[in-house]
Ligand binder design. Structure first.
Ligand code: ADP
Length: 180
């Protein structure tokens, strides 16, 4: 160790819901940083399939037993929240080329806003390249099997949520919810 100071990273996102691709990035980040804060961004007024509290609970259960990892919600600028938790870096995942343009623009914007915070992009593991929360929601909403893409408790939460929405006949929120 060169210094006693803790190196902390923020991993922000919607996590609606968390899946194996997210978990892989979080675990790999823990090899690089002393602490990782997974931060669920709360969009004011935007309907989500799972509430922020539910998304936090699903992540916490998936990563239970990892003391260097913390899960939180935030609704301010990501760089401001990174400063608030003492993070030196912001972690983002990269899957396909189409992710790149947005992530590149976001990284440059964040660097302009906070030159002291590094943006670290992790390339997705090959087995997780096809996974996204929106894909999982869409497949699960049609009764498809997503058990290879997310932990069992997330699969169960999806099944229960879609069964409830169908029973309520809440077609509109159902449709809005599966689109981020
Ligand atoms: P956002 O709305 O901020 O993109 P997401 O929950 O969709 O939130 O994603 C959070 C982060 O996780 C992003 O950096 C995204 O690129 C990354 N990510 C999502 N899916 C995968 C995956 N399959 N493999 C690696 N990283 C991923």
């Amino acid at each position: 160790m060169l210094s006693d100071s803790i190196c902390c990273a923020l991993y922000p996102g919607s996590f609606n819901p968390v899946h194996n691709g997210h978990l892989d990035i979080a675990r790999r980040a823990l090899r690089m940083f002393d602490e990782v804060v997974i931060a669920v961004y709360v969009h004011p007024g935007k309907p989500f399939l799972f509430s922020a509290e539910e998304r936090v609970a699903l992540i916490e259960k998936a990563l239970k037993g990892e003391p260097r990892l913390r899960v939180a919600t935030y609704s301010i600028l990501t760089v401001d929240y990174a400063r608030q938790v003492g993070a030196h870096a912001i972690i983002r995942g990269l899957r396909v080329f189409s992710d790149f343009e947005l992530e590149f623009r976001m990284a440059l914007t964040n660097r302009r806003l906070a030159p002291d915070i590094e943006i670290v992009n992790f390339i997705s593991g090959e087995e997780y390249l096809h996974i996204s929360s929106s894909t999982i929601r869409e497949v699960a909403s049609l009764g498809g099997d997503v058990s290879t893409m997310a932990p069992p408790h997330v699969v169960e939460a999806l099944q229960q949520r879609f069964a409830k929405l169908k029973a309520e006949g809440s077609q509109s929120s159902f449709t809005v919810s599966i689109k981020d």
